[in-house]
Design a protein around this ligand. Structure first.
Ligand SMILES: Cc1cc2nc3c(=O)[nH]c(=O)nc-3n(C[C@H](O)[C@H](O)[C@H](O)COP(=O)(O)OP(=O)(O)OC[C@H]3O[C@@H](n4cnc5c(N)ncnc54)[C@H](O)[C@@H]3O)c2cc1C
Length: 383
């Protein structure tokens, strides 16, 4: 089977690796010349995503690219501890959550895919797709083209293929939150702990990674913020003002040595059409889930798709199988993501109520309430 993968990010690189594992001839087309390197904010992988990487034989490489984070502590705006739980896993899981720079994750996955025999073509932006009963034709900006038996679209939240599959498909909408992340040199942050503060103006996340503290401010902002023409010092001053009442986030911001550009956070209404006969969406192209699970879900998708292609008689039936298998889980994650976003946008009264309820319920119910997410066993590929 010949497969084209569009997008060499988290989902596309993992799909290329998984498709090579089932013996497909794989070419990845990535729009940017160099999507890897130290680009993007830091992100976290949970036990479910890590288990899928283990099944593909690249867990060790990915772990080596990041830091292990065993616990998650949740704090109120006033600095009260409102929850202390296992991070990205059940207490019983031996795999710990891992956080890393997104670029390093992509680099590790792309290396694994290339070592497994996938071709990776960079600087190739997909422009069009057409399908016949026997194959699919992909055309690229600049006029080049390629054909395959199946086209896997892992082209992210702004997916071109989503709109080609269904011109009425939903498009990303601003979620009322923006994110800025950075690196600080502040002292006194315990290693191995992911800290989340439900702050007055959003959420503030931080964790220790060696000598550095990685942070991410997710700011509640119904109006779209100004993105262009704001230098780092001004942006940092602005954030310092927004988080001035939260003691630890303020200290972390004060020690900042590097800043990533502001990212608007977007949501997409549920995408009804994930596939046609030979074209299929995975990862953010199909369902940008957020909830700290976007990368893990893209990885799970890649494995589920490869398993379906290995086990079904035809490409169209495999794509239908993938849709049927993945839809219920993704729908549940999308619900969780919406709850998380709303928690970050709560006003003062709801925020206090939330903090009080979390103090009571997190120790008793958190493990049970999240077990379905972390306990997921990835699809198996036969040798
Ligand atoms: C600020 C922020 C923080 C996040 N934190 C987390 C986190 O902690 N944990 C987590 O799991 N997730 C997190 N996410 C989400 C996570 O990054 C995504 O869910 C994940 O990267 C999705 O993978 P993907 O392969 O679907 O898309 P992407 O990784 O976005 O990859 C898409 C790729 O397709 C390429 N492409 C696009 N169009 C074309 C085209 N026409 N032709 C060819 N190539 C194309 C792009 O250049 C890109 O390389 C975060 C996201 C943001 C914005």
């Amino acid at each position: 089977m010949r497969a084209i993968v569009i997008g060499g990010g988290v989902g596309g690189s993992t799909a290329a690796l998984a498709l090579r594992r089932i013996g497909a001839d794989v070419t990845v087309y990535e729009a940017y010349e160099d999507p890897a390197g130290e680009v993007g904010a830091w992100i976290s992988l949970a036990a479910n995503g890590l288990r899928a990487l283990d099944a593909l034989g690249c867990l060790a490489a990915v772990r080596a690219a990041g830091v292990e984070v065993a616990r998650q502590r949740m704090w109120s705006a006033g600095g009260m501890l409102i929850g202390d739980v296992a991070r990205g896993r059940r207490e019983s899981d031996t795999l710990h959550g891992v956080s890393m720079m997104r670029g390093r994750l992509v680099a590790a996955l792309r290396t694994a895919a290339a070592e497994a025999g996938a071709r990776i073509v960079t600087g190739a932006r997909l422009a069009g797709v057409s399908e016949t009963e026997r194959g699919v034709l992909a055309t690229f900006e600049g006029g080049t083209a390629d054909t395959a038996d199946v086209l896997v679209a892992a082209d992210g939240i702004w997916s071109t293929v989503r709109g080609l599959l269904d011109p009425a498909a939903p498009v990303p909408q601003y979620a009322g939150l923006y994110s800025v992340s950075g690196v600080s040199r502040v002292e006194g942050v315990e290693p191995g702990v992911f800290n989340m503060t439900f702050a007055r103006n959003g959420a503030f996340l931080h964790l220790r990674a060696g000598a550095e503290v990685w942070w991410s401010a997710q700011v509640n902002s119904p109006a779209t913020p100004v993105r262009q023409g704001v230098d780092d010092a001004t942006r940092l001053r602005e954030l310092a003002g927004l988080f001035r009442d939260e003691v630890t986030p303020s200290a972390v911001l004060t020690g900042t040595t590097a800043l990533q550009p502001l990212t608007l956070m977007h949501v997409v209404d549920p995408v009804r059409t994930w596939h046609s006969g030979r074209v299929v969406l995975i990862g953010d192209a199909a369902h940008p889930v957020g909830a700290g699970q976007g990368a893990s879900m893209a990885i799970e998708d890649a494995l589920a798709l490869a398993a379906a292609l290995q086990n079904q008689d035809s490409v169209p039936s495999a794509l239908q199988r993938y849709d049927t298998d993945r839809r219920p889980r993704i729908t549940k994650v999308l619900g969780t993501a919406e709850d998380n976003r709303n928690a970050k946008k709560a006003g003062p009264v709801r925020r206090r109520l939330q903090a009080g309820l979390m103090r009571i319920f997190v120790p008793v119910f958190y493990e049970k309430a999240t077990a379905w997410l972390y306990a997921y066993e990835p699809a198996k590929l036969s040798k």
